[in-house]
Design a protein. Structure first.
Length: 242
C-alpha cells in the first residue's frame, strides 16, 4: 500500500495536552503502520514488524497508551534495530552502540522510562545533555558542521543528538511557551520544515528545530489522538491491550 500522494507521517508528538502530527512527501516509503498499546511497551509486537522489514521511526506515550510509528521502505535495508528501555539516562548504552558501529535513530522519555532505538549505520553522532535549554550547544554544533538530528526532553533533562553533515542544511531554532504554530508557518513560507520538536513539562516550553527542505511538509495539531488524520494517510493501525 502506498500512502496517498506519497504523503507520509514523519512525526507524532504529544505535549501540553496536544497531539502534533507532521507529514511530507517521501517516495522511499511504501507503507506505514502504527502500534497502539496500553500497559507495557509493546516490544514483542514490534519484533514481528522487524521480521516484515519494517523499522521504528517514532515513539510516543500519552494518556496511558503507547504509539509506535513504523515505516516499510520501497527498497528495505536490514537496519537490525534494537530497543533498550532504561530507568536512567542511557548514556553508556549510546556510547556502546557507537563502538559497535550502530547509530541512535530514536530517543525519548515516556512513562518514566528512557526508550532508545539503535540500528546499523556509520554516521558520526554527538550527544549533549543539559538541565538548561541548550541554545549555545545547538549553535556550537552548527559551527562544527553538524545538524541536530533529535531534540527531546525528559526527567528534567534536555537531550540533543547531532550528526556530522557534509553540506549545510540551514537549520534554525525557536522556543515558545505556546505551541509555535505561527513560527512554523513562517518556516514553511521560507522553504523550511520542522525536523525536531521537544516539550518540557517542567519549564512549559516548546522547542523546535527546522531546516531547508522541499518536501512540502504539513502540520496538524489537535487535543485528541489524530486517528482520522492517520487514516487519511493510510497508516495501518494495530491495537493491543495489556
Amino acid at each position: 500500500m502506498t500512502t496517498r500522494g506519497n504523503r507520509v507521517v514523519t512525526r507524532l508528538v504529544h505535549g501540553d495536552g496536544q497531539w502534533v502530527l507532521l507529514h511530507e512527501t517521501d517516495n522511499k516509503i511504501a507503507s506505514q503502520s502504527i502500534v497502539r498499546a496500553d500497559g507495557d511497551f509493546p516490544l514483542e509486537r514490534l519484533r514481528r514488524f522487524w521480521e516484515q522489514e519494517k523499522k521504528i521511526v517514532q515513539i510516543v506515550h500519552a494518556d496511558g497508551v503507547w504509539g509506535v510509528l513504523c515505516d516499510k521502505e520501497t527498497d528495505p535495508t536490514p537496519y537490525q534495530q534494537q530497543v533498550l528501555i532504561e530507568n536512567e539516562f542511557p548514556g553508556s548504552q549510546i556510547e556502546r552502540a557507537w563502538r559497535q558501529n550502530r547509530i541512535v535513530s530514536f530517543i525519548g522519555y515516556y512513562n518514566r522510562q528512557w526508550i532508545l532505538v539503535t540500528e546499523n549505520g556509520n554516521v558520526q553522532q554527538s550527544l549533549f545533555t543539559s538541565a538548561d535549554i541548550p541554545r549555545d550547544q545547538i549553535s556550537r554544533y552548527w559551527r562544527e558542521g553538524k545538524r541536530v538530528h533529535t531534540l527531546c526532553y525528559g526527567d528534567k533533562t534536555w537531550v540533543i543528538l547531532a550528526e556530522k553533515t557534509e553540506t549545510s542544511v540551514g537549520q534554525t531554532f525557536y522556543g515558545n511557551s505556546d505551541f509555535p504554530m505561527n513560527k512554523i508557518k513562517e518556516w514553511y513560507d521560507d522553504g523550511k520544515k520542522v525536523t525536531s520538536i521537544g516539550y518540557s513539562d517542567d519549564e512549559k516550553i516548546w522547542l523546535i528545530i527546522g531546516e531547508n527542505s522541499n518536501t512540502g511538509q504539513g502540520l496538524q495539531v489537535t487535543t485528541q489522538y489524530p486517528e482520522q488524520k492517520l487514516n487519511e494517510f493510510n497508516v495501518l493501525l494495530y491495537g493491543f491491550r495489556g
